[in-house]
Design a protein. Structure first.
Length: 382
């Protein structure tokens, strides 16, 4: 069995207004970066060597559509937005095309001329470009409460130390009631689980990290949905919504074999999908955020119902059988535990009875010995 993914048309049902803007932005970026020397990107992340950037960017249309969809769902229009880690500028360009006032920041001088064409494209679209060398990785070059929304995609997994400093910096430049959008790879991605189960590392390839210039800019730590939820609550964010979706699979065009099984498994269980994206609102109410639900599934929003509706009935039936078998196994385990507990209680009761008998025997013998002792001491008995 095979599936033709027909990307990006497969997402047009769920993102009818966003796909066109995202796709157009990507194609414009590809034109602007044609022939660019991207070698500076490789120096601190050697795994990027020989990367097919056109495939990466076109697949990123899925991530971009989710971002624009989340902002639209929250009624964010014509906003002042900061794109942190803007890289090729495709997200910034899309947001500007959607009518937002966009500023972008990345390490552009460190990347030399790699993004020169992209920067010219962004400037022509009215996007203000900043460099981390000027504003700082902590964004100290921006006044607090400056932006209505901050977009930070594919960045947090590159932070080599605590992510707290990044999150606090992003939060500081947000206006009161402003929105933060994050996305990052899901460490519990099904393919990652399968690599680990087969004994492979799920970390950055050691050969790439070993050969890197300092600082290494690859993935230092990936996250799972409850961790992102917890971190957002630590900075006082509420109204957290979590989306999970796939995007790199679209590079294949069509899938078959195990990839089909994996695709439907991930469709049915969002915890196994590739990308986590969150949108949350800054309130500053730490107590309110801390008291919110810690169950990430209560914050999950299914934004790709089209794929969910496409799951074949035989796959659903098999899933129901698996779930039923799991429920039966859980029930049997519970019954076995109940039996074991009852057996343990009977054994403990029997031991208590035996201990009581031993104590009574000891007391009786002790009492008789004491009587004989007193008779010898006070009664002259021998």
């Amino acid at each position: 069995m095979s599936i033709s993914l027909e990307f990006p048309r497969c997402l047009e049902v769920d993102f009818p207004d966003e796909i066109a803007l995202a796709s157009t932005a990507v194609e414009r970026v590809l034109d602007a970066s044609a022939g660019a020397n991207l070698e500076p990107l490789v120096r601190r992340s050697p795994a990027l060597k020989d990367n097919d950037w056109s495939v990466y960017l076109r697949c990123s249309v899925a991530r971009m559509a989710h971002v624009l969809g989340a902002l639209s769902r929250r009624g964010v229009h014509g906003a002042r937005i900061l794109d942190v880690g803007s890289y090729f500028g495709n997200v910034s360009l899309m947001l500007a095309s959607a009518g937002h006032r966009v500023e972008a920041v990345d390490s552009y001088r460190a990347y030399e001329s790699a993004f020169a064409g992209c920067q010219n494209l962004m400037r022509a679209a009215g996007i203000t470009i900043h460099d981390f060398a000027d504003v700082g990785y902590d964004l100290r070059g921006f006044d607090g409460g400056t932006f209505d929304a901050v977009i930070c995609l594919g960045v947090i997994e590159h932070v080599p130390h605590t992510p707290r400093l990044l999150l606090e910096s992003l939060n500081r430049v947000l206006t009161r009631d402003g929105y933060l959008v994050l996305d990052t790879p899901n460490q519990a991605y099904l393919y990652t689980r399968q690599r680990l189960a087969s004994g492979e590392s799920v970390m950055a390839p050691i050969a790439a990290q070993y050969a890197s210039d300092i600082p290494f800019e690859g993935h230092h730590r990936e996250y799972i949905p409850p961790e992102l939820l917890w971190m957002l609550q630590q900075i006082g964010h509420t109204e957290v919504e979590i989306e999970l979706f796939n995007y790199s699979v679209y590079a294949l065009g069509a899938i078959d074999g195990r990839d089909v099984d994996n695709f439907w498994a991930m469709t049915l269980d969002p915890a196994m999908r590739e990308i986590i994206m969150t949108i949350s609102r800054k309130t500053g109410a730490l107590a309110e955020a801390a008291s919110a639900s810690a169950d990430w599934r209560q914050h999950f929003v299914e934004t790709e119902p089209h794929w969910l509706a496409c799951v074949p009935e035989q796959v659903r039936a098999r899933q129901r059988q698996v779930e039923a078998a799991a429920e039966i196994a859980a029930q049997r385990t519970f019954e076995n535990l109940v039996d074991e507990i009852a057996t343990r209680d009977r054994t403990i009761a029997e031991l208590h009875r035996h201990i009581g008998w031993l104590q009574r025997e000891r007391d009786a013998r002790l009492d008789e010995r004491l009587k004989r002792y007193w008779r010898r001491v006070f009664g002259g008995a021998r």
